[in-house]
Write a protein that binds this ligand. Structure first.
Ligand SMILES: [Zn+2]
Length: 227
């Protein structure tokens, strides 16, 4: 009763189109879900996301859930996820994707889901890593652990001061480190991020993880942006 009244006063709206959600709908309306540009990457082993890492990083599996188009539903969802605190978008897309990937054999061996870390300053400002709930949903569905302690973004490195500003920014943005213990050896890590563009960040993260003895790496992103 109270819930119904609350819904009347403050109707829940779709995170894709801002339309009012039916009581049976959650986060995204049925219309938006049907309009989502799903990649179907899970049906093709050597899909676009996988091919991004050819000659750059050995990956067991790589895929993205949806295509990112400017002005589209996905852009709206990612914006809401990143800047408006709508973390439930990440878990919803994660739960959808689990249905697609749960029978992919190579993913059965995933032991830990690792989010691409944010800079500490950005994490403080935003208060959450936008890919955390997506990663947790995948971890839950795959029976793996969610681990956001292992991979860390390097902070400013004084030895780089002589490089030019652009080069420095790239180094800082793409510098990651791992702090493994014996417990982290021989793991299959599933790296997760929100949008893949060049793949440079994920490549740098993957390289850091592959320094751990016996490590294997897979990659899943919410969206794939054509560049
Ligand atoms: Zn909608």
């Amino acid at each position: 009763m109270f819930k119904t009244l609350l819904n009347l006063l403050f109707p829940k709206v779709c995170s894709g189109c801002k339309g009012i959600l039916l009581e049976s709908e959650d986060v995204v309306c049925t219309h938006c879900r049907h309009d989502m540009p799903f990649t179907q990457h899970h049906l093709i082993e050597e899909n676009e996301t996988y091919k991004k890492f050819y000659g750059r990083l050995p990956v067991e599996h790589a895929s993205s859930v949806v295509y990112f188009h400017k002005q589209g539903i996905v852009q709206e969802l990612i914006h809401n996820l990143k800047y408006r605190g709508k973390q439930e978008i990440g878990s919803l897309i994660g739960k959808w994707y689990i249905e697609d990937i749960k029978n992919i054999e190579v993913l059965q061996s995933v032991t830990e889901v690792i989010p691409v870390p944010l800079h500490r300053k950005k994490l403080r400002q935003r208060g959450y890593n936008q890919v955390a709930d997506f990663g947790k949903a995948l971890a839950h569905g795959l029976g793996a652990d969610y681990n956001d302690d292992l991979l860390l973004r390097n902070t400013y490195n004084k030895t780089q001061t002589k490089k030019n500003i652009a080069a420095r920014a790239e180094i800082i943005n793409n510098s990651f480190d791992v702090t493994p213990t014996d417990h982290d050896k021989n793991k299959h890590f599933l790296l997760v991020d929100d949008v893949i563009t060049t793949g440079a960040t994920l490549e740098a993260c993957g390289r850091a993880l592959l320094k751990i003895p016996g490590a294997r790496v897979s990659i899943i992103t919410i969206a794939y942006a054509h560049i």
